[in-house]
Write a protein that binds this ligand. Structure first.
Ligand SMILES: Cc1ncc(COP(=O)(O)O)c(C=O)c1O
Length: 467
């Protein structure tokens, strides 16, 4: 153990006695301390054009989908929101180095991790994250669930702007609560809040609102004006803002992500923000996220309700820490690449698949495709009804991941998902999964190399032309 590491362990042990909150415990540790740091002179770039094959790696996007669709050919998995890119080389190097110790006893997070969270948010977005008020979280949804439980009661309604990330619904249900959907309006190609409905629902007694910024699946990076307007309504009616900003590092061509908590103290005090490196650096399987609030009472409340996540899996925390230290160029290059992907999809659809409409969005790597004309042409709604009636009459079953069987009932979106799989050999997600306003859309993940994207689009083009 080097002198520096010994010193830092002493710092930590002193602090940990005072509080179990890792941010507070590490308050006085210098940024350069500890961690499994690698030289920042190592190249931070990767070749996003690399043909990276994820088949037979245990990936949900390819392997699970193949498992659930036996006998079908899948060329490109474009469902779940992860990327087909290699992560930052420094992350892999640090993990390899840790692996070599061959000891997996209890271990502290890298001591400079909180400082690196603060530094990343400051240098990338000018946002001040209060270091002593950061809590670890096993992914972002784990944090959202903790917040819902701590700040609400069973049976409550939780507001979301729909269409929205489908697992918010699952998480809300896990808290024994109900979703309240504020359906957005599509105005000149951009989703806008229905303000009257937003305020009416919150004024009606809703105590928690999940803000998704940038928004999954529409890609909106909310403007300061929009964020403040949402925040003012929430503040007025004493509704907590849960700001899920997991997609914040994905900003396309000229758009800007504005951290909710940076809008001013009145917004920061009535909010809890959640982030992670999992989307940004493709580290989702490490299950490592974090949350913070400028309002210490909110953090204390979470701790009181049992949100103790000081020790996450060490590999995840090392990975996140390295990413935050060395990842700037990677994110910039990745955003440039993803912007070109989005433009490529926009042009391809406009020129070669007019039945599908798509415009480049502000943020995320998720294309929210308007497939309403295709759906109409396929008579998808009626087909889904017919197939479901047949399946019910003939006990045609489906099995979920845990082996639970149920009759295979198809919504319009499920029919379309199968149509894309059967005819274009791609897997994409039905818009209906994203709540009100999702019908007629499908979500396609564009975070893959250009060749795969081209293959997917060419497959769709052929399938549509064959109609
Ligand atoms: C908006 C949003 N929040 C949370 C998550 C999931 O985060 P985690 O895996 O860290 O729980 C996702 C994943 O797609 C997401 O899009």
């Amino acid at each position: 153990m080097t002198n520096e590491t010994k010193l830092n362990r002493r710092y930590f042990m002193k602090g940990v006695g005072a509080t179990a909150v890792f941010g507070s415990a590490l308050g006085s540790v210098p940024v350069t301390a500890a961690g499994m740091g690698q030289s920042s002179s190592m190249s931070t770039t990767i070749n996003f054009d690399d043909g990276y094959d994820r088949v037979d790696t245990g990936s949900i996007k390819f392997d699970l989908i193949k498992m659930f669709n036996p006998g079908k050919q899948l060329d490109v998995g474009m469902g779940i929101a992860d990327m087909d890119f290699r992560t930052l080389p420094q992350v892999t190097a640090a993990l390899k180095k840790r692996l070599e110790t061959e000891n997996w006893g209890y271990e502290l997070p890298p001591l400079d991790y909180p400082a690196n969270i603060v530094s990343w948010n400051k240098r990338r977005y000018g946002a001040d994250v209060p270091k002593g008020n950061i809590l670890n979280s096993v992914g972002v949804l784990d944090g959202v669930l903790s917040i819902l439980n701590a700040f609400g009661e069973e049976g409550d309604h939780v507001l979301v702007n729909t269409p929205t990330y489908s697992s918010f619904f699952t998480t809300i249900h896990q808290a024994n609560m109900h979703e309240a959907m504020n359906e957005m309006k599509l105005v000149n190609g951009r989703y806008e809040i229905d303000w009257e409905d937003f305020e009416a629902q919150i004024a009606g007694g809703i105590k928690q609102f999940i803000l998704c910024n940038p928004q999954n699946p529409t890609g909106n990076c909310w403007s300061a004006e929009e964020l403040k307007r949402m925040g003012d309504i929430c503040n007025k009616h004493n509704c907590l803002v849960i700001a899920d900003e997991i997609h914040c590092d994905f900003v396309l061509d000229g758009a800007k992500y504005i951290p909710y908590a940076s809008l001013g103290d009145e917004y920061a005090q009535n909010s809890i923000s959640l982030k992670s490196t999992s989307k940004s650096f493709n580290l989702a399987s490490h299950r490592t996220g974090y949350l913070f609030s400028h309002n210490r009472a909110h953090i204390d409340k979470l701790l009181k309700f049992g949100h103790q996540r000081l020790l996450l899996n060490i590999m995840g925390m090392i990975a996140s820490n390295e990413a935050l230290k060395h990842g700037d160029a990677y994110i910039d290059e990745q955003n440039a690449y993803l912007t070109e992907n989005a433009k490529y999809v926009e042009k391809f659809c406009a020129e070669r698949i007019p039945l599908i409409k798509y415009n480049v969005q502000d943020g995320t790597y998720l294309a929210w495709l308007d497939i309403s004309a295709l759906s109409e042409k396929l008579d998808a709604k009626n087909k889904a009804i017919e197939i479901t009636a047949y399946n019910v009459a003939n006990n045609v079953m489906k099995t979920d991941f845990f082996g639970v069987e149920s009759i295979k009932k198809l919504g319009t979106g499920d029919y379309l998902k199968e149509w894309f799989m059967d005819n274009a050999r791609i897997d994409i997600n039905p818009g209906e999964n994203y709540g009100k306003g999702g019908e007629g859309f499908m979500r396609m993940n564009m975070a893959t190399n250009r060749k795969m994207l081209e293959l997917a689009l060419t497959n769709i083009e052929k399938a549509v032309n064959a109609l």
